[in-house]
Design a protein around this ligand. Sequence first.
Ligand code: HXC
Length: 355
Amino acid sequence: MKDILDELEQRRREARLGGGQRRIDAQHARGKLTARERLELLLDEGSFEEFDMFVRHRSTDFGMEADRPYGDGVVTGWGTINGRMVYVYSQDFTVFGGSLSETHAQKICKIMDMAMQNGAPVIGLNDSGGARIQEGVASLAGYADVFQRNIMASGVVPQISVIMGPCAGGAVYSPAMTDFIFMVKDTSYMFVTGPDVVKTVTNEIVTAEQLGGASTHTKKSSVADGAFENDVEALSEIRRLFDFLPLNNREKAPTRPFFDDPHRIEASLDTLIPDNPNQPYDMKELILKIADEGDFYEIQRISRPISSRVSCGSKARPWASSPTSRRFWRAVSTSTARARRHVSCGSAMRSRSRS
Ligand code: HXC
């Protein structure tokens, strides 16, 4: 028995090392955390239950049979954020660049299925070069299975993607179908394929940042809902966003104790909105004054002025008009500050309409 337990422990140690210490050091040198370090920050301490730690790929092409690391480039399981259940996957860039193999896809599909069955959100920490080239169509079919679940989960449980490394191909198509996408500045990229392939195929020279960096996707394409300075800030902000979301489409937004007087009169609202409809005003100031304790989680902060976002919704992204799309959850997230604590600033608004 002792031998078996020793071997189990040895395998666990090996699995935790992913692609090896040299690649972990390289990951750190780029200012990035490893897949497991990220999960430690995202989830409540000691809450993570890992699945399929010893899964290995089955590929025998291109000498792959000689290199079969445990876990196959993704850490999956469930845990809690402030006591509320969440399913997670975290891709390990140290193992074949976090690329998605047939078995890697099966691990992700399993937690997505469980999330839908149990009514809990899915958070994906993406750090992947896309389909694993050595596996060919087997990995592409794996993506088809993931995409199918992205669609089935849409509007049923919230899906949050955090892009935390150079993500290419399918590693971007799947996040694009989720409700929220966040990036990390200077270390994360979202592109169909990387700058080297672009140069080879089209002769165009373009930097990774221009092609799919956080500035491109928050300021130009509007694909990303926000960008954070580093991994630590990104993960702590995702914890905060999570607090605003219902766990699924059958639950109400969460509630917590509040200290903002429900009868608080916000006299400045009487003058904040100008009588002249052509005169601009700061919508964000208004929201902060209305929301309980000024607690407001803003998304798409950089893309365009908040006044146009609030009034125009998601016109920049036509797919957002579906009731099961990201707009559905977004509406929840921005209104939750009021809904979850049952506070109304109606008195101030009424006093304004009377005047
Ligand atoms: C297998 C991959 C890989 C991939 C990276 N690696 N991408 N292995 N399949 N898709 C491996 C590299 O060989 C390397 O292994 C390690 O990961 C780190 O990669 P580097 O290139 O050294 O890192 P970096 O310079 O940071 O560049 C990262 C990158 C680049 C931008 C992601 O690797 C890249 O452009 N990869 C190809 C991306 C791509 O075209 N993907 C599309 C796949 S098709 P070692 O052993 O050196 O550590 C697809 C279509 C889906 O996804 C369609 C679904 C229907």
